[in-house]
Design a protein around this ligand. Structure first.
Ligand code: DGJ
Length: 727
């Protein structure tokens, strides 16, 4: 029925005169946002508006395209061209730059036609542009998700020239603003220090956020940003755009303010060392750029993205998530079947759903007993695991937990059988010193044979062992020694074709095993993008699980991703923090443990068991509810966040005292998103001594206007409150 409705509305939309050839105004709308394009009298396409949705349809066609009168009096068509190409009359950063087969470096794109069709949750507008001198075509795509106010934009480039053309710019899209001021917040980092925000005003000139790391792409810069329009972005007020690029490789986003104060935003693949040779007839598809615009600050913008991601992008976005016990922090590489059997029994005692076996279980000729050998040889280590994976899945079944396993199939240690047998499958240089990152090299996923091999690694584990219920897919090295043996003279295609090769593998895996949840990990949180999340149910935000640090990392990442997609574990990092504090911080995301349960006191074990029980009850609120960031750790010595179920009948408040100053005044925490008309029972949970707290009743109005005294001046204290509507 739903499909039928979609088809009928698709036909209706296509039949509207707005899509007829020659139409001069094209409108891409969500409930609150309009993006309007116009074709000028020369046939070129301009973005004339991006902002709040216009109330009157007629107003959409009132815009005139920008005509620029230069200081010398010359008049040109310069303006906000929808997909500006290099070599024209615009003297700022283009979206597209092409060296044609004959060496010419100019491209002018003219409007051909457009159509809008219904898609699940909104509309997709497709606009075709073409050069008139060269057989080159660009198709712009805008998927607009009506209720979530999210727009995804991407482009396709193809040509029919006599021989290859070279693309040296190929942005996903271009956005334009004409406002008095712009403030960019980007997120940068390092291993164990991911997603640190930095805000600056954008003034004349360019600021680019990008990466050149290839595989472990987001190690120094995350592929997302906040743009405060008019004033720096705030949580609950003001106009803000949240944007993110869905590309698991080198990305780039350029922000350029021009001589008249206009801002253009140009997101896409980083063209660095990637002059891409495109054959005639081939289509170059750019990554999706995903953005949402809000007039009520980043809080609302984040909730838009969270809803959209759960409904339309994230693998199993509507499904639930498993709690787990991982062994990386407690055993490292030092384990065997017997020890792991004990850990699985500990997982059952803890009450989590799954045991996740980490690095170190494989390779026989060069056993993976440390990070210097074995990557590439994905057979179980016969000394550590004489009964293989089957022995482990059997032990997990006996213990009553599911079994998940770590792999890093894109990589190889030179000390491996794989490397000895297939040196030509490795990205590396001949005749130069080799640079090893974590003693490993990256496989050449541009090569279809290597794609088959990588797919085969995961496929074999799953077909041989139906008991394997989960993958953690790691990626610990950037691309080093950049040369693909497969691409020969087309080395400029390597960074792009690598990522496409990876997606081919992930697409095949998802098609064959649609129900296997997978965690994306990259030496902590160096891979965190929405294209990868089509194939992964969650990602690992950071190896830094010190709860004080983690609060900041989670705060930043929650701006762009729903906490359902953000894995967080209770570990022994920063033992100075109480176990309760660590448990509470991890319970704000997708909860797991990576800790030696056998060494826990009875009291600590009970705290964690109870924490898991509470979490299981609250999963629908935390993972599928609306998130409100209340008190920012970046603005003081406390932090607070609350989640509210969609029907506003349930909520959870997490409140933290980080390192408050002596006798620092502490305000109440005012909640958000509750129903002011309803009364809520409020009960503190996750108490360290196993006590059951008394519930007290407050109206939603009180809780939002007066708030709860949930903070204190204590160092490292935390409190969790469960709220349940009384009606
Ligand atoms: C890096 C990851 O972030 C860790 O969680 C762990 O899986 C190690 N790799 C294993 O080598």
């Amino acid at each position: 029925m739903r499909k039928l409705l979609l088809m009928v509305s698709a036909l209706l939309i296509l039949a509207l005169p707005a899509d007829a050839d020659g139409q001069k105004t094209i409108r891409v709308s969500t409930d609150n946002t309009d993006m309007i394009f116009q074709v000028n009298d020369k046939g070129r396409l301009y973005m004339v508006y991006l902002g709040d949705r216009l109330l009157n349809a007629d107003d959409a066609s009132r815009f005139g395209w920008s005509v620029y009168t230069g200081t010398d009096g010359s008049v040109s068509q310069r303006g906000h061209e929808a997909y500006m190409a290099s070599g024209g009359e615009d003297f700022f950063e283009p979206a597209l730059a092409v060296t044609h087969a004959d060496g010419d470096m100019t491209t002018y794109l003219y409007y051909k036609d457009s159509q809008t069709r219904a898609i699940d949750g909104g509309t997709e507008t497709v606009i075709r542009l073409a050069d008139r001198k060269y057989p080159l075509e660009v198709t712009l795509h805008y998927a607009a998700y009506t209720r979530q106010n999210v727009i995804k934009a991407w482009s396709e480039i193809k040509h029919g020239e006599k021989s290859d053309i070279t693309l040296w710019r190929y942005a996903s899209t271009m956005l334009y603003f004409n406002e008095p001021a712009y403030y960019l917040t980007n997120y940068h980092g390092e291993w164990a220090r991911e997603a640190q925000p930095a805000t600056q005003q954008l003034t004349f000139g360019k600021k680019t956020i990008d990466t050149k790391l290839g595989t472990r792409a987001a190690m120094f810069m995350q592929p997302f940003f906040e743009l405060g329009i008019g004033s720096p972005a705030q949580e609950n007020a003001g106009r803000a755009l949240l944007g993110t690029i869905g590309w698991t490789g080198n990305f780039s986003c350029t922000f350029e303010v021009d001589n008249v104060g206009g801002l253009r935003v140009i997101p896409g693949i980083n063209p660095y060392a990637s002059d891409y040779r495109l054959k005639a007839g081939e289509t170059f598809v750019t990554p999706e750029f995903i953005f949402t615009l809000s007039d009520n600050g980043t809080g609302e913008a984040s909730r838009n993205l969270h809803d959209w991601a759960r409904l339309y992008q994230l693998k199993d976005g509507k499904g639930t998530r498993m709690t787990l016990l991982n062994n990386w922090e407690s055993t490292g590489f030092d384990f065997n079947q017997e020890k792991l059997t004990g850990v699985m029994q500990d997982a059952a005692r803890l009450g989590v759903d799954m045991f996740l076996l980490d690095d170190g279980w494989f390779a026989s000729k060069y056993p993976r007993d440390n990070d210097r050998a074995g990557l590439g040889d994905w057979e179980p280590n016969p000394v550590k695991l004489p009964q293989g994976i089957a022995g482990l899945t059997a032990a997990a079944e006996k213990a009553g937990v599911k079994f998940g396993i770590w792999i890093e199939p894109e990589m190889v240690n030179p000390k491996s059988r794989l490397y000895e047998e297939h040196p030509d499958w490795v990205i590396t240089q001949n005749g130069r010193d080799t640079y090893y990152y974590r003693n490993q090299l990256v496989l050449d996923l541009a090569n279809p044979k290597v794609q088959d091999y990588v797919f085969g690694v995961a496929d074999k584990i799953l077909t041989d062992n139906p008991g394997v219920a989960y993958f953690k897919w790691d990626c610990n090295s950037p691309i080093t020694n950049i040369r693909s043996p497969y691409l020969k003279k087309r080395q400029g295609n390597l960074y792009v074709d690598y990522v496409r090769g990876l997606y081919n593998v992930l697409r095949r895996l998802k098609a064959k095993y649609p129900d296997v949840p997978m965690m994306l990990c990259s030496g902590g949180g160096s891979r965190c993008d929405y294209e990868a999340l089509k194939y992964f149910t969650e990602y690992w935000c950071s190896d830094n699980t010190d709860p004080f640090e983690r609060i900041y990392i989670q705060w930043s990442m929650s701006k762009f991703f729903p906490v359902k997609a953000m894995a967080a574990h209770v570990t022994d990092w920063n033992r100075g923090a109480s176990l309760k504090f660590r448990l509470d911080v991890a319970s704000m995301c997708k909860l797991g443990f990576d800790i030696d349960v056998s060494k826990m006191s009875e009291q600590d074990l009970n705290l964690c068991r109870k924490g898991v029980e509470n979490y299981n009850r609250l999963k629908p609120v935390i993972l599928d509810g609306d998130m409100y960031r209340l008190i920012s750790p970046y603005e003081g010595n406390h932090a607070a966040v609350n989640y509210v179920s969609k029907d506003r009948s349930r909520a959870v408040l997490f409140a933290y005292d980080l390192h408050p100053r002596y006798q620092e005044p502490v305000p109440n925490v005012r909640l958000r998103g509750l129903d002011p008309e309803r009364a809520y029972n409020v009960k503190e949970i996750n108490l360290p001594d196993g006590r059951e707290a008394e519930a007290r009743t407050y109206t939603g109005d009180w809780l939002m206007k007066i708030g709860l005294p949930a903070l204190s001046a204590a160092d490292g204290a935390s409190h969790v409150y469960e709220l349940t509507a009384t009606d």
